[in-house]
Ligand binder design. Structure first.
Ligand SMILES: Cc1cc2nc3c(=O)[nH]c(=O)nc-3n(C[C@H](O)[C@H](O)[C@H](O)COP(=O)(O)O)c2cc1C
Length: 254
């Protein structure tokens, strides 16, 4: 049976790109974001914080598997512990909000299933269902890395046959990297959203990971990628002008 789409169904696939985007304001958001090391006491209104978190969740992410959790640490006791875990950095100590951004490799199956059940049309097309039944194996490594080791051999053989293969996880470190890449993108969305609302942030990887794990009771498949402090920039909250090296060091057109 053919599954010809009606013209109204086809239309649903097409989302015109808005043309009225204010590039100057986008540039202002990006260029005015700085790592702020000292914040004022002004709280971030909870609806703004939630909006920024929602914008974080719109980040592109691998296979739409959304392998992340953002812990907004607001309990005074936990926050105190977290500041300590962040090595008592001023950026953490003075921040009205602290968010621990965690990359997860423990919910791949669950997220794959949600991609089928929550597909935005009445039913996920067969190709989508097939994709999400298969894709978890690409990122999982299995007990005692059995699946990872199997893939290592299978990929080696396939490459001898000139077969092109996607990035996959051959071991837990690869799986962690996979989830971390995507989580970091959401972190960037989050800090830019804060800036757009007039608030600031500091991404921090200067933290004691075992202590952060303990505070949040994280499993070994939940990886704290960074802690983001957020609030209003204090007048003396930016310590030096922003500088980057010559763009030729970083951009190569090949
Ligand atoms: C992953 C990551 C970890 C960072 N960790 C810290 C940190 O622990 N403490 C800190 O003060 N800044 C930290 N920073 C901020 C960087 O030092 C800062 O982004 C860089 O110096 C450039 O400055 P700018 O963000 O103001 O442009 C971190 C940034 C990133 C992206």
């Amino acid at each position: 049976m053919t599954t010809q789409k009606t013209s109204s169904e086809k239309k649903r696939y097409y989302e015109p790109a808005p043309q009225d985007i204010d590039v100057a304001n986008f540039r202002k958001v990006v260029e005015s974001r700085r790592s702020v090391r000292k914040f004022t006491d002004k709280p971030i209104p909870s609806e703004i914080l939630d909006e920024c978190l929602d914008l974080a969740l719109l980040a592109p992410n691998s296979s739409n598997l959304q392998p992340w959790t953002f812990y907004v640490v607001q309990s005074p006791a936990k926050k105190k512990q977290l500041v300590k875990a962040c090595l008592n950095q001023l950026a953490a100590k003075t921040a009205p909000e602290l968010i621990v951004c965690v990359a997860r490799t423990d919910r791949i199956d669950e997220m794959a299933k949600l991609n089928i059940t929550e597909f935005p049309f009445p039913e996920a097309p067969p190709a989508v269902q097939k994709y999400y039944r298969f894709i978890p194996y690409n990122y999982k490594t299995g007990y005692f890395n059995a699946l990872g080791n199997f893939k290592k051999v299978a990929f080696k053989v396939a490459r001898t046959l000139d077969k092109q293969l996607p990035v996959t996880a051959f071991n837990p470190a690869d799986a962690k990297l996979w989830a971390t890449k995507t989580t970091a993108l959401a972190c960037e969305n989050f800090v830019l959203a804060l800036r757009a609302y007039g608030f600031d942030s500091c991404m921090m990887e200067g933290f004691d990971e075992p202590l952060v794990r303990k505070i949040l009771n994280l499993s070994d498949q939940q990886h704290p990628v960074m802690v983001i402090s957020a609030g209003e920039r204090a007048e003396d909250g930016v310590f030096f002008p922003q500088y980057r090296f010559d763009r030729d060091l970083f951009i190569q057109k090949v």
